[in-house]
Design a protein around this ligand. Structure first.
Ligand code: NDP
Length: 309
């Protein structure tokens, strides 16, 4: 089977090596060196441009190199009926859990305050609080979000979780659906977003919803930038309603140098790297899905395009 690889950020050689180790017979091509387009049956891609998939007339499987599929399901030129799978890897969950726990602990232990005070040579004592006195609200309890929520529980925070459908997670007080969102937000001192971008989540965090967070709340977003109204976020930070934010995802990436978020010292910008797919651990499931497709079976970890994630 021929698989074409496309990514501006992932290392093609690492993926070639890992996939060939799992399936020595795999023909691995790196776009634009695809060979005859009609021989391509699978694509492994991160953020391929609109219209990309249409060029392969015999495509049978699309594998997204991450967990988010918004740029694929949002491509109106996508040939219908081709299964889309995501990588579902415990290592990705571990990496996301580690990133979000780092963000939450940094906000909870006031490291932002100390970094800003350091710049002024100012001794800024803040009396530490007990972990259980702080409530962390996790928006998105999926494959990655549930790992992060478990990390917060392990640290002793009071943890709330919000998702589309009801969930039961150890140690997490769960909320489901739009009707439950105001009650969830009102208690989330550190609000962590890890939602997919879908028509329902686009622009979810408006000025009104930021106002529902407790005054002085801290906000983390590692899901997708467009789930947040960025102007409303800047306003909430400027007014002091939000004390701090850590943002890994933005409407426009890279975040443009003139963007007002760069001017706010209480905002930490990270360049969309909370978690990545790791070739060594993800190769086996990709090869398994290629075999399933070759046999005419449905692939594992398929995304439901109508749901958008
Ligand atoms: P999943 O698809 O496994 O889970 C998504 C979660 O979001 C589910 O809990 C789902 O609810 C919830 N959700 C979806 N729509 C709504 C809605 N309308 N209202 C309330 N909850 C909703 O995703 P993952 O946990 O694996 O990853 C989440 C997102 O993180 C990805 O889609 C991707 O965009 C982003 N991501 C970012 C990375 C980075 O480096 N910054 C790396 C990897 C992923 P339910 O449980 O009811 O289905």
């Amino acid at each position: 089977m021929t698989l074409v690889f496309y990514s501006q950020v992932d290392n093609a050689d690492d993926w070639r090596e890992a996939l060939r180790a799992a399936d020595p017979g795999l023909a691995f091509r790196v776009w634009p060196d695809c060979g005859p387009l009609e021989t391509v049956e699978a694509v492994l891609a991160w953020k391929a441009p609109p219209g990309f998939y249409r060029q392969f007339p015999n495509l049978r499987l699309i594998i997204t190199l991450g967990a988010g599929v918004d740029n694929i399901v949002g491509d109106t030129t996508l040939p219908p009926g081709i299964p889309i799978t995501r990588i579902s890897d415990p290592e990705m969950g571990r990496m996301m859990g580690q990133f979000l726990l780092t963000c939450v602990l940094r906000h909870f232990r006031e490291f932002g305050t100390f970094e800003r005070a350091r710049a002024e040579r100012r001794w800024a004592y803040v009396h530490p609080r007990e972990t259980r006195e702080c409530t962390v609200g996790m928006m998105g309890l999926g494959q990655l979000g549930s790992v992060a929520a478990a990390e917060f529980v392990r640290q002793g925070f009071r943890v709330l979780g919000w998702s589309r459908s009801p969930k039961v997670l150890p140690g997490v007080e769960t909320f489901a659906g739009m009707a439950a969102l105001p009650a969830f937000l009102a208690q989330s001192e550190i609000c962590v977003m890890l939602l997919p971008l879908t028509p329902d989540t686009e622009n979810l965090m408006t000025a009104e919803r930021f106002a529902q967070l407790p005054r002085g709340a801290k906000f983390v977003n590692a899901g997708r930038g467009r789930t947040v109204d960025e102007q409303a976020l800047v306003q909430a930070l400027r007014s002091g309603h939000l004390a701090e934010a850590t943002l890994d995802v933005f409407h426009e990436e890279p975040l443009p140098p003139a963007h007002p978020l760069w001017d706010l010292p209480q905002v930490l910008v990270t360049p969309h790297l909370a978690s990545i797919a790791i070739p060594r651990s993800a190769a086996a499931q990709i090869v398994e899905n290629l075999r399933r497709i070759a046999r005419g079976d449905s692939p594992l970890n398929a995304v439901d395009p109508s749901r958008g994630y």
